[in-house]
Write a protein that binds this ligand. Sequence first.
Ligand code: AMP
Ligand code: MG
Length: 306
Amino acid sequence: MAVVTLARNAMATRFEIVAHGEDPVALRAAGEEALQEVERLENQLSLYRASTEIAHLNARAAFEPVRVSPPVFSLLQHAAQLTAETGGAFDITIGPLVRCWGFMGGTGCMPAPEAVAEARTRVGMNLVTLEPNETTVRFARPGVMLDLGAIGKGYAIDKAAEILRDSGVTSALLHGGTSTVYAIGSPPGGESWRVAIDDPSGGDCATNGIALRDEALSVSAIWGRSFEAEGKTFGHVIDPRTGQPVSGAAMAAVVLNSATETDVLSTALLTLGPEGHARIAGLRPGIRTLLVCRAGSGYRTFASGW
Ligand code: AMP
Ligand code: MG
C-alpha cells in the first residue's frame, strides 16, 4: 500500500491531501488534479481577485443582470436555500458588514454605530435576484457585496473529493486550512479516519478525535481573526440579522456528507448559538453538531447526533 501527500496554498489557506492506494503514480496524478480544481475555483469565487465571477458580480450586478456560469449559479442558489434554512444566520451578502468590522483582509476593529447601520442596509439575500433561465444575478441596489468566505472552501473540498473518487481513490483525507475536512473511505487497517479538533473546553472530541468515513467536518471559531473590545472578543463571523460579530459562542463543529453544507452550517451554528442549536441539528438526517460557548470563566457544550 502506497501513501501520497500533496499540499497547495489556495483561498488564503493551505489545502492538503493524504491518499492511500496501490499505485503511487495514479494517486499523485489524482491529487494534483484535485488541487488544480481548488485553484480553479479560487479564480472563480474569490472576491479579492478582480477577474473572478464573484468580483465581476460585485462590480456590475447593481447596474444590470450579470450572467454567471451554471456551476456558480447553482452554488448561489444552494447558498440562498441555506440562508432560508438557517433563518438568515448564514448569508453570502455579509460582505459590507465584514468590511465595516475590519475583517476584510484584517483582524477587525470597532466601527461607528452609524457605519454598521449603513452596512446593514446593503446586506440580505432579499437584495439578490437569481434568474434561473438566464443564469443571471441582479442586485437591488449599489453596494451589495457577495462574500463566499463561509462556503467556498467547503465547496472546493467537495469538488476536489469528487475528482479523487472519480479517479478511483478509495482512501483519502483532504482539508482546507483545517477548517473543513473530508474523509474518503477509511485509512488502511482502520474503521474510519480520526480527526482531532481544537475544542477549547477540552471535551471528548479534543481528546479522542472525531470519527469520519465518507463525511465532512467543518469547524467555525472566532479565534484567529478576532479583536478584543469592551471586555469581549469579537470574531470574524457576523450575525447578518443584527450586524454584530459573534461573541458568545466560541466554536461550532458540524459533520455531514457534504463539505459545502458543513462549511455553511458550522458558520450558521456559531452565529445562532445555543438558541439555534436544535434548528441546525434537525436540518439533515445523520448530522452531528457540537457547539462550545463561553460560560463564566469556563465553557458550556451542546452536542447532538453523536
Ligand atoms: P467560516 O470560517 O467558514 O465560519 O467563515 C467565516 C467567513 O465567512 C468570514 O471570514 C466572512 O468572510 C464570512 N462570514 C462571516 N459571517 C458570515 C455569515 N453570518 N454568513 C456567511 N458568511 C459569513
Ligand atoms: Mg463555514
